[in-house]
Design a protein around this ligand. Structure first.
Ligand code: ATP
Length: 291
């Protein structure tokens, strides 16, 4: 049997770093939401081990690949004798702050649960996901949620009002670990107001969502990479009402309500940035299974 799944990217509507924990991880509080920019994962049963193929040369082709690691984890944990070939059709930019690798891992977990008829619950899949990375539990569930702890304590929220997400990814990637290591709380100029973001989402208040976009990691990435600051300013200059860097960056996103505005912003940005996309806000995992 073959299974094909969509592995959608996420953006952060808010990201706050509360403190550094004794175990070395940062205690986070963030609002994440799924967008309609997705990799596709094809899983094909085969004898023996795990095979891996990707349409992008930018991802690792060995056991450092998060989709590979997801399959290896399930195979070992449940003593599965069968093998699987994983093909990743990469559309999400790599090392972009969009959780591409985490989403590939989450889709692989969801897909193998079906392929190998393991009957695991979403909670169990999310638990396995946390062993692979902090963003994987969110990617297993998708939707819109507050993520606390390392990112694994999830509280569902209503999806953002329907809108377009314009994404601009500078040519360089950013190492999430390096950004967190360079983070200094005393350099942060403004912090997310979670209660206000929740209220805006509940009221489906597009302007409120735009107003409450906030990410404390901009204090690191915008300093280290002036290009990211420049892209933010450029997007704002096109009249985009809400502009923010996603995750640890460097992707900058803007929210707009109308498709003709999204198209205009994309065209305007093309002269400054090669990787520019306009995708719909998804807010949920519905319709992401392709089989
Ligand atoms: P996050 O937002 O979760 O921090 P990101 O979007 O910044 O993630 P990814 O695209 O997930 O970053 O890539 C981060 C690192 O993970 C890269 O250095 C890449 O080599 C590695 N990686 C492992 N597996 C994958 C995969 N399937 N797709 C993309 N990157 C992967």
């Amino acid at each position: 049997m073959d299974i094909s799944l969509k592995a959608p990217a996420k953006i952060n509507l808010t990201l706050d770093v509360l403190h550094k924990r004794d175990d070395g991880y940062h205690e986070l509080e963030m609002v994440m939401t799924t967008i309609d920019l997705a990799d596709r994962i094809d899983l094909t049963e085969r004898a023996g081990g795990i095979g891996l193929e990707s349409t992008s040369g930018f991802v690792p082709f060995d056991d450092r690949n998060l989709a590979y690691r997801a399959a290896a984890l399930i195979k070992k944990r449940f003593d599965i004798k069968k093998g699987v070939h994983i093909k990743i059709h990469k559309k999400i930019p790599v090392a972009a702050g969009l959780a591409g690798g985490s989403s590939d891992a989450a889709a692989t977990l969801r897909g193998l649960n079906r392929l190998w008829e393991l009957g695991l619950s979403v909670e169990e899949l999310a638990g396995l996901g946390l062993e692979l990375g902090s963003d994987v539990p969110f990617c297993v569930r998708g939707g819109t949620a507050i993520a606390r702890g390392r990112g694994e304590q999830l509280t569902p929220l209503p999806p953002p009002p329907p809108c377009w997400v314009v994404l601009a990814k500078p040519s360089h990637g950013v190492s999430t670990a390096e950004v967190f290591n360079a983070f200094r709380a005393d350099r942060v100029q403004s912090r997310p107001r979670l209660d206000r973001m929740e209220e805006a989402l509940e009221k489906k208040d597009f302007s409120g969502v735009c107003e409450e976009l906030s990410n404390v990691l901009e204090s690191v990435t915008l300093e280290q990479y002036p290009r990211v600051r420049h892209l933010k300013e450029k997007m704002k200059s096109f009249g985009v009402p809400g502009v923010l860097m996603s995750g640890s960056g460097p992707t900058v996103f803007g929210l707009v309500e109308r498709d003709n505005v999204a198209r205009r912003v994309v065209n305007g940005l093309r002269g400054f940035c090669r990787q520019v996309y306009a995708v719909r806000m998804l807010g949920g995992l519905e319709g992401t299974s392709l089989d």
